[in-house]
Design a protein around this ligand. Structure first.
Ligand SMILES: NC(=O)c1ccc[n+]([C@@H]2O[C@H](COP(=O)([O-])OP(=O)(O)OC[C@H]3O[C@@H](n4cnc5c(N)ncnc54)[C@H](O)[C@@H]3O)[C@@H](O)[C@H]2O)c1
Length: 410
């Protein structure tokens, strides 16, 4: 994967930024020449990480606009908070830089439109780094769909079930961005981990689009219960009523007739799960608590998915396993960073473009509106302004998420 080199800036150096920065420094062609965090200690830590890994000194900043003013920087990565990603992305594109940022939903449709318009006007990459699109299982299922093994697609399910009570509840102590969102908002706050892969399977923004969305939220008692068990009544958040429902379910209807159901579930007891389900006319796949399972037409019973995965593995993962899989989240973090770096360094379209980014992030603010209206359906904007009906060709390549490009693998 040798390629030319380019200078990158890296913004947001908390837990996630820390591990992504280390991973990013091992991506071919990447030179990180500046780091930034609003907190000075974290910005300094970023510079220390670069020094530890590369031996080089880099500038650190506490204002991302100062980093973006640097002319030597071609592109940036942001691992900041949900309500800062789009602002940083827009500032970055206006400053002439490509940008990729961590996952999270949008707080308003306007920020999504601003990202779209700025990317269109500047020609810069604006990519949400949805690592799950590069997961071995998800890529293999995508390949199986493209080969017709599921027949015609009908229905998908996905979830973000992750017991984050400790991380959210201790948000003030650990200076973490999630707490304020769970306090103030109520909706599908983290839609993209399963929605990203689902949207790619469904050809959203390329021949298909989401038409409507509706969301229903349960009561939200998990975080309060956690605080009562952890603290004494003098704790500042002991009596706080959190707006976010413990279980938020969201339904999407597609122009081509398929349905998608998403679940957000982060404040109750729950082992990590994305509850992925794919149902077509020829097969059903389901994530299961122990082993993922699949059933093909005529079989009438579940069988383990693992042997099917091994027989149908996506060529990117075959190549990656031979070369040596990196650590982050089973290897997918490295792949999403490589995909962005390849596009940014060579000024090529990214496999997740601004239309994907805006569409996936918009689920959050649309879901908040629907929850507030008792689950009423809300119309889904078409960020492509009609191009979804007839898009130009996509860029083929190793990291392509529109097709399996066998010609790029030996
Ligand atoms: N893809 C994944 O698997 C995965 C895993 C964990 C976290 N994440 C995502 O990564 C992001 C960061 O997560 P985290 O746990 O590190 O969050 P965090 O709240 O601990 O850290 C966010 C950091 O961004 C900084 N920041 C915010 N606005 C800034 C600005 N304008 N300029 C500079 N710095 C700014 C904050 O000071 C903070 O240090 C979130 O979007 C989270 O959802 C993704």
């Amino acid at each position: 994967m040798a390629q030319p080199e380019a200078n990158f800036g890296f913004i947001g150096i908390s837990g996630r930024g820390n591990s992504m920065l280390r991973e990013f420094l091992s991506v071919p062609g990447v030179r990180v020449t500046a780091v930034c965090d609003k907190y000075e200690d974290r910005a300094r830590r970023g510079a220390e990480i670069v020094k530890e890994v590369t031996g080089k000194d880099v500038e650190w900043y506490t204002d991302h606009r100062e980093l973006l003013a640097r002319e030597d920087i071609k592109a940036v990565v942001a691992c900041t908070t949900w309500i800062s990603h789009s602002r940083i992305a827009i500032d970055a594109m206006r400053a002439g830089k490509h940008v990729a940022f961590e996952v999270g939903g949008a707080a308003s449709l306007d920020e999504c439109w601003q990202m779209v318009r700025t990317a269109e006007q500047t020609g810069k990459i604006c990519m949400i780094m949805e690592n799950c699109c590069f997961e071995r299982r998800e890529m293999t299922l995508f390949k199986m769909i493209k080969e017709g093994m599921f027949g015609e697609l009908v229905h998908f399910e996905g979830a973000y079930c992750h017991d984050l009570r400790e991380e959210i509840g201790n948000g003030r102590e650990i200076r973490h961005g999630r707490l304020v969102n769970f306090t103030a908002r109520n909706g599908e706050l983290y839609p993209t981990h399963q929605l990203g892969p689902i949207a790619k399977c469904l050809g959203i923004n390329r021949g298909n689009r989401f038409l409507t969305l509706n969301s229903v939220a349960s009561k939200g008692v998990g975080l309060h219960d956690w605080h009562v068990k952890q603290h004494t009544p003098d704790y500042y958040n002991y009596n706080t009523v959190f707006n976010e429902g413990d279980v938020v379910q969201t339904f999407l209807k597609c122009a081509n007739g398929e349905t998608v159901m998403l679940t957000h579930n982060c404040t109750l007891v729950h082992p990590y799960s994305r509850r992925y389900v794919i149902q077509g006319t020829n097969a059903i796949f389901s994530e299961a608590p122990e082993d993922d399972v699949i059933c093909f037409d005529g079989e009438h019973r579940w069988k383990k998915f693992q042997p099917v995965l091994e027989a149908n593995e996506h060529p990117l993962w075959k190549e990656y396993r031979t070369a040596g899989v990196h650590a982050g989240h089973g290897g997918m973090d490295y792949l999403v960073l490589c995909a962005y770096a390849e596009a940014a360094i060579n000024d090529l379209p990214a496999p997740i473009d601004v239309y994907d980014t805006a569409t996936w992030m918009a689920v959050t603010c649309l879901s908040e509106q629907s929850v507030a209206m008792g689950g009423a359906p809300v119309p889904f904007p078409d960020f492509t302004d009609g191009l979804w009906i007839e898009r130009g060709p996509f860029r083929r390549g190793k990291f392509c998420l529109e097709a399996v490009c066998d010609e790029y693998f030996e």
